[in-house]
Design a protein around this ligand. Structure first.
Ligand code: PLP
Length: 436
């Protein structure tokens, strides 16, 4: 028995499903999840000692590659000074300043103030409470297949693990809570306008993934987020742009910055961050203009708190990661993505497998359908069954992909020629497996 199998047996006895987050289970692809023992650069090593080129990047945070020596050193130094203080620290100010400085484009600077939290779920949950408190309204508009973490009101028609499990929502959320979330097809501005015509006076906010990446990657229609801002603002509602996944990954200023540079300027009211901003440690954030952010306690009436918020180890990892994430790093990531996409396309074309690859900066996703999906319903029409043999062939060849067709692939700064060549070498057999 492989050590992954024996660990899986043990895990199943004491951890529900053997995993602490459902996407880690191989629910949609079958087989035994790899229990990881270490990760360095572009590689992860499992409990049986097998090394894989990694395209999961801990679901996004590892922008610089795993265990970047300077990030690890910053965390070690912070740990030596104390693991948690439960008091304000200078590092928190520095990280907040860095976020404010980076999130600027086209003369716009939508973030004046930042609140640090520990997970993306907390960031979006707090953003919604803040929007409700600020507007004194209850309703929230979200998009089908957009995932914003696992707080109650946001699990209506969410993507990610929920998409993989094909659940309509989740048990355990009261109908009354779900009823305050209005779900609209992604990309459908007419549907958004209709919802606002009917309920505009009571809509606190629209929340949208800056670019959806939890129902596969979907390329946002040009100017879509800017149009959402216009519709929301015309009704006195806020626009919350969720950059937990895209923030500081697709562009130095996030997907918002990428869109503004592409000529689609708009000003979100609240932006949420996670993943890269914590450099692989538990840290996330929300930011926005002062007037909105100062509705948060202790200044304003909207309560939010956290024993470990702004944890000094997480803050140290975030600061060092953002320091090292220079514009050149993003260019390098784009080139790595170019290469994987070219090799993937060539391998699938050679086997005649219908597919499309949607891309946002260096972030991309594969769909087994000829046209790029525009929303969740379209994404669900693909030949998803092709992914299981494709995934297992890649894994057998030593490439670790996200274990679901509805998840994005992540390259890192550490994906050098050798790592990219290993991926290229694995693709033809996987494409042949997908073709069967
Ligand atoms: N928002 C988006 C866009 C995400 O992709 C995720 C996680 O994948 C979250 C929010 C939730 O973040 P976390 O898993 O840190 O709670």
């Amino acid at each position: 028995m492989d050590r992954n199998d024996s660990l899986n047996d043990r895990a199943q006895k004491v951890i529900p499903g053997g995993v602490n987050s459902p996407v880690r289970a191989y629910g949609s692809v079958g087989g035994t999840p790899r229990f990881l023992a270490s990760a360095r650069g572009a590689y992860v090593t499992d409990a049986a000692g097998r090394e894989y080129v990694d395209l999961v990047a801990t679901w996004g945070p590892a922008l610089l590659g795993h265990a970047h020596p300077e990030v690890v050193e910053a965390v070690q130094q912070a740990a030596a000074r104390g693991l948690s203080f439960g008091a304000p620290t200078e590092g928190e100010i520095r990280l907040a300043e860095m976020i404010v400085e980076r999130v600027q484009a086209g003369g716009l600077a939508p973030v004046d103030e930042v609140r640090l939290v520990s997970t993306g779920t907390e960031a979006t949950m707090t953003a919604i409470r803040l929007a409700r408190g600020f507007t004194s309204r209850d309703l929230l508009v979200k998009f089908d297949g957009n995932y914003h973490g696992h707080s109650d009101g946001l699990l209506a028609a969410a993507g990610s693990g929920v998409a993989t499990l094909a659940l309509p929502g989740t048990a355990g959320v009261p109908a009354s809570v779900a009823a305050s979330t209005l779900v609209v097809p992604y990309g459908d501005l007419d549907a958004v306008r209709e919802v606002f015509a009917a309920h505009g006076d009571n809509i606190a906010a629209i929340i949208v993934e800056a670019a959806p990446a939890n129902m596969g990657v979907i390329e946002p229609p040009a100017g879509f987020n800017a149009a959402l801002a216009e519709i929301a603002h015309a009704s006195g509602s806020l626009l919350i742009v969720d950059e937990v996944l895209t923030g500081f990954r697709v562009h130095p200023a996030g997907e918002w910055g990428r869109q503004v540079e592409a000529g689609h300027a708009y000003t979100p009211d609240i932006i949420t961050f996670g993943k890269v901003v914590g450099g692989g440690m538990p840290l996330a954030a929300l930011g926005g203009r002062r007037e909105v952010m100062e509705y948060l306690a202790p200044v304003g009436p909207v309560y939010q708190a956290g024993t470990l918020s702004g944890n000094p180890l997480s803050v140290a990892a975030g600061i060092k990661t953002l320091e090292l994430a220079t514009p050149a790093v993003y260019e390098q990531l784009d080139r790595a993505a170019d290469r994987v996409i070219a090799d993937l396309t060539a391998a699938l074309d050679a086997e005649g497998v219908a597919h499309s690859i949607s891309r946002v900066g260096s972030l991309f996703g594969l769909a087994f359908m000829s046209d790029k999906p525009g929303d969740y319903d379209e994404a669900k029409t693909q030949d998803a069954h092709r992914f299981t043999p494709f995934f297992h062939s890649m894994l057998d060849s030593g490439v670790n992909l996200p274990p679901s067709i509805y998840e994005a692939w992540f390259v890192t700064m550490a994906h050098d020629e050798e790592a990219l060549a290993r991926i290229a070498a694995a693709l033809p057999a996987a494409a042949a497996a997908a073709a069967r």
